[in-house]
Design a protein around this ligand. Sequence first.
Ligand code: GLU
Length: 281
Amino acid sequence: MKLRKVTAAAAAAVVLSLTATACGGDNDKNDSGSGSGGGDKIKIGIKYDQPGLGLKEPDGSFSGFDVDVATYVAKELGYKPDQIEFVETKSADRENALARGDVKFIAATYSINDERKQKVDFAGPYLLAHQDLLVKADSDISQGTDLNGKKLCSVTGSTSAQNVKDTIAPKANLRQYGGYSECLAGLQSGAVDALTTDDSILAGFAAQDKYEGQFKLAGLKLSNENYGVGVKKGDKETADKINAALEKMVSDGAWQKAVDDNFGPASYKNEPAPKIGAIVK
Ligand code: GLU
């Protein structure tokens, strides 16, 4: 898998912050970012355990489609890569992280829906994914209804877990963990029969060398997941700037490059770039 390394940028960030401290400068403000760029840092929420979308590598660098979207958006807001501090925002933590001001924005497979819109605002959408199932290569589970009575894993605070309870398989024995990597360990050991979340995420897991030949996607489109960039409720200024950045990312070809770089290795067949504000129900 081709992974973009930002180690040099991270090293440069350390040097910059040391310089600021030594000079008694106040550039390295300990907040989520002013949005004005310049000498400030910006904190951005991503996932750390989703290969192809948001992944923290063993060497401390970050890779994935969401990382590339976040880096592009930050550039349009006036921040260079070495001014970005990525922060892990797990599925159940996202609304609180924005409300507390821990991060300026979140790009973390974050589906736009009405419930979340009560608590946060969204720019986008910038990707349309669909809920699907990941099962062992020899599994006979092929439909959502096959999950009733089966041990199914998903993540607390995700739309995937909610959809299972509401419609897909209310009688499934649903286990909810903090992150998808924990579900994957359960699938490998046989502790669970299936893992459900977005096909974009599942494709990234299935394509990892260490799982070669072990898992398959059912190929179902159990829901529409419109990924948005989350911002603090009421921060219209940032949301508007992010929408402009996302439009530019599509029109200048950077969106397609990020797709090819990050989804190509997993052979994930994504939907075309969505239009800003066009939510597929
Ligand atoms: N996109 C879905 C959601 O926002 C599932 C993936 C995730 O948990 O981030 O809940």
